[in-house]
Design a protein around this ligand. Structure first.
Ligand code: ATP
Ligand code: MG
Length: 571
């Protein structure tokens, strides 16, 4: 094999890797591809590492535009693949016209937003942008038992964190008078009736497909009952749609449109006691606010018939209802209904617990909003319900932060290492393996170090390892302290490179999230607290910085009072 051929291949992959990572190729990643390309030929990996290393050095010197141009000439297929990987654009909407598309995101203000909401909000927002349309934020706050004042603002903050902006914002609860008028209209048309049956009887009637006596009451009487309902002189009645009690779609068996809820509303106090259900409010609001393409999760599929029937009866415009699958992630509760009890029972520390898929939890562990967006768009708007693993989000996040995260040493479960004949050094070590622009730090070393115990267990007396970015040492004695001797600076192939600190370290804990549910059961050991020593420079990091602890993983730093801690994002 001519080394020229290897060089050419290395150049090609270095270009591809650089284009993928903002112009900087990573020698390790490139070497991996080159090794794979020549796996059937007997070439020493060392030679490939050297060639790939210099290919990256060369490629990283040229601007990204030039890298793309050269790759286009040399191996256009690699560029295309890259484009395809990044092309997360959404499919066209049916019946959509530029400038006329209106979408909306309708959260219930009853909790913090999670990655499932992010899916809905991003899809809605991106479509509005794609068609130069309008995006509405609508608080579906028509259940006063659920809505809470704090969550209107909290949810807006969550959306802003995702860089989502809305053209219009309103609360469904502000339109109640209008809803009442429409309800009255419906009663007058004999399309709805007040039902006095207890809820068990209503359920029973639906189950057996049997109409109740309330259905036969005259329009005038119904109007009176409705007025009584609103003016608070009756209890325990609901307004139901005159659907079809024998319909195969049970959602059409006279669904409830309004019910009495006496709990005060966070915005309206006790001004109203009769509140529309989601069936009524959702359909009416989508139509009246001009939404052209409302997205709903597939669980509402059976309710679509009711949605359109109502709009037809009320002679309101029918939007083009769109559907996508609810997002589920293995081992994570992607639902406010499931998250709330975990918080109430103290099974997680709060809405920003790093095991939760809430946007606050994800932010805290160093998942970037951009990664969430790319993840959502890569999932698309399929209707197929499936559960994905969180590793998909991690992979995207890693791709974004790997080229920009500074590297530091953190030693988990440290053991002392004393090195004989150690030269006293003031070593300048880069903060990133390839991007020199990220700078460096200077570490003063003498003969005392701390290294991970687990690594030392794997090494024998006489074994040589490298203190990463420093020099080699040879183990002489293994006890409560490891004794070793200085063994030169030259890189030794295949020797382990191990992270370390001097005795000028800081103590810190890193919290590592695991899956909250395993095989459907709550896992009480899902949060691990890893204690260790970090190099002194870590003490100067600021809250919110995401760094890589070498050989450990990406970690978001947080400072509280005088302690510094880390939250583990992923490997
Ligand atoms: P939750 O169980 O989390 O409360 P929800 O649907 O009741 O779910 P809402 O605040 O009513 O929560 O939801 C606002 C919007 O977000 C709705 O359009 C809903 O379809 C969407 N949404 C909520 N959860 C998910 C999810 N897991 N995947 C996709 N979309 C979701
Ligand atoms: Mg809801």
């Amino acid at each position: 094999m001519s080394s020229e051929k290897i060089q050419k291949t290395a150049r090609k992959y270095a270009l591809q890797n650089a284009v993928q990572f903002n112009g900087t190729a990573n020698p390790k990643a490139v070497a991996g591809k080159v090794i794979a390309a020549f796996k059937d030929e007997n070439i020493s990996p060392n030679e490939i590492y050297q060639i790939s290393g210099s290919a990256c050095l060369e490629v990283n010197k040229i601007p990204i535009e030039q890298q793309i141009a050269e790759l286009e000439k040399l191996a256009p297929e690699l560029l295309k693949k890259e484009k395809k990987e990044r092309d997360f654009s959404l499919p066209e909407l049916p019946d959509a016209e530029k400038g006329k598309v209106v979408t909306r995101f309708p959260p219930e203000p009853n909790g913090y937003l999670h990655i499932g909401h992010a899916k809905a909000a991003i899809v809605d927002y991106e479509y509005a942008k794609m068609y130069d349309g309008k995006f509405i934020l609508r608080f579906d706050d028509t259940n006063p038992e659920n809505a809470q004042l704090e969550f209107y603002d909290v949810q807006k903050e969550d959306l802003r964190w995702l860089s989502i902006e809305w053209d219009e914002e309103y609360n469904t609860s502000d339109h109640l008078e209008k809803h009442y008028k429409l309800a009255e209209q419906l009663i007058k048309q004999e399309g709805a009736y007040v039902c006095k049956c207890p809820s068990d009887a209503i359920k029973d009637g639906r189950f057996h497909g049997k109409e109740c006596d309330c259905r036969a009451v005259s329009t005038e009487k119904n109007l009176d009952l409705w007025k009584d309902m609103i003016s608070s002189s009756v209890e325990g009645v609901v307004l139901r749609l005159k659907g079809d009690m024998k319909c195969v779609n049970t959602a059409m068996r006279d669904p409830t449109l309004f019910r009495i809820i006496d709990t005060p509303h966070p915005l309206h106090g006790d001004k109203y006691r009769v509140w529309p259900t989601y069936d009524f409010a959702g359909a009416v609001e989508d139509s009246l606010s001009g939404v052209t393409h409302p997205f709903r999760t597939k669980e509402y599929e059976l309710r679509d018939e009711c949605y359109f029937r109502l709009l037809e009866l009320l002679e309101l415009r029918k939007p083009h209802l769109m559907e996508f699958a609810r997002l589920s992630i293995e081992g994570m509760p992607v639902s406010k209904r499931k998250i709330k009890p975990l918080i109430d029972k103290g099974m997680v520390s709060g809405y920003d617990d790093i095991r939760l898929p809430t946007l606050r939890g994800l932010e805290k562990r160093g998942i970037l909003p951009e990664a969430i967006k790319q993840f959502v768009l890569s999932q698309g708007i399929s209707k197929v319900e499936s559960s994905v693993t969180f590793s998909l989000v991690e992979a995207i996040n890693r791709k974004i932060i790997d080229p920009i995260a500074k590297r530091y040493f953190f030693v988990q479960d440290p053991i002392k290492l004393v090195v004989e004949n150690a030269p006293a050094m003031k070593k300048t070590i880069s903060l990133h393996p390839t991007d020199k622009k990220l700078g460096s730090r200077i570490i003063k070393t003498d003969n005392i170090f701390f290294v991970p115990k687990t690594d030392m267990k794997k090494l024998n007396i006489g074994g040589i390892f490298r203190l990463k970015d420093l020099y080699n040492v040879k183990i002489k004695e293994k006890n409560k302290v490891i004794f070793a001797e200085y063994a030169g600076e030259e890189l030794i192939q295949d020797s382990a490179k191990i992270q370390w600190t001097t005795d000028n370290f800081i103590k810190m804990s890193v919290f590592v999230p695991g899956l909250l549910y395993q095989k459907g059961n709550y896992n009480p050991n899902s949060l691990e607290k890893v204690e260790g020593f970090a190099e002194e420079a870590v003490s100067r990091l600021k809250t919110g910085e995401i760094v890589q602890f070498e050989r450990f993983g990406f970690v978001r730093i947080e400072k509280q009072n005088n302690t510094i801690m880390g939250f583990f994002a992923h490997k």
